[in-house]
Design a protein around this ligand. Structure first.
Ligand SMILES: [Zn+2]
Ligand SMILES: [Zn+2]
Length: 258
């Protein structure tokens, strides 16, 4: 399995427009953070994890144009779905399947209703919204019949219940503040956990660094990478060096092989 970190930033991205702090003006490329997203290639199947407003730019950087067999959406906030319209080029392979729970699917339909109209105007992305059951695995398949199982994980984003996803021995969890105890069991035996850590100071809907380290230890993956970071996390070089063994900050362009 190969995991590409397409974006490791929070909703504003880093640098933030108009900010001159040491992180936003850093010359270290690892301090440049597009909106949070990942790309997983496993057993011939390509899965996109969220599709934020930087999706187009992220796929130009990746420079490996092939079908996206499924988009897994965590929740409907703009920084996680703002790039769905830019899936247009991928519709030449097939209608792009977008997997999420019913409440999120309904809100996506309201956000971009023209993608789901009866008579689509030319050029509109052809998205196939697939409403998943949150308590069982589902399957994402490619055009050649290869398939991968995905397990939804319930996490709480402030008060909003949203989804993380486990694919084999990796899991993707973003925008979490808390996690119901019973979900921990579903995350046992992970080689790689990618999870959100917003900044040093606490926040009312996202884990801060301390809470994220605590969660990472409870889950106990071999290796954990943090994403969805704001400029208030501090410099990559400083913060990453001080993290416990097996926990690192992700950065845009990081490629993880497991
Ligand atoms: Zn977010
Ligand atoms: Zn959010």
């Amino acid at each position: 399995m190969v995991i590409n970190i397409l974006g490791s930033g929070t909703s504003t991205g880093v640098p933030e427009v108009g900010c001159r702090c040491e992180v936003c003006t850093s010359s270290d490329k690892r301090d440049d953070r597009l909106r949070c997203s990942g790309l997983v290639d496993v057993d011939g199947v390509r899965i996109l994890l969220d599709c934020g407003p930087d999706f187009r730019q992220q796929m130009i950087r990746i420079d490996d144009f092939k079908a996206i067999d499924g988009v897994l959406v965590s929740h409907e906030h703009y920084d996680h779905v703002g790039g769905l319209d830019d899936l247009r080029p991928y519709c030449r392979f097939r209608d792009v399947p977008v997997y999420t729970e019913e409440s999120t699917a309904n809100r996506i339909q309201k956000r971009i209703p023209y993608c789901f109209a009866e008579n689509l105007y030319p050029g509109v992305p052809k998205l196939k919204l697939i409403k998943i059951e949150t308590d069982r695995t589902f399957v994402v398949s490619n055009n050649e019949g290869q398939s991968v199982e995905v397990l939804p994980i319930r996490v709480i984003h402030g008060k909003l219940p949203i989804l993380g996803y486990r694919i084999g021995n990796m899991a993707w969890i973003t925008d979490m503040l808390t996690m119901p105890e019973e979900e921990i069991e579903k995350l046992k035996g992970l080689d790689c956990l990618i999870m959100n850590a917003l900044r040093i100071m606490p926040h009312n809907t996202h884990q801060n660094l301390e809470q994220a380290i605590e969660s990472a230890k409870r889950i106990g993956a071999k290796q954990t990478y943090f994403v969805h970071m704001s400029h208030q996390m501090g410099l990559h070089s400083v913060i990453d060096a001080a993290l416990p063994e097996g926990i690192n900050l992700a950065y845009d362009g990081l490629v993880i092989n497991i």
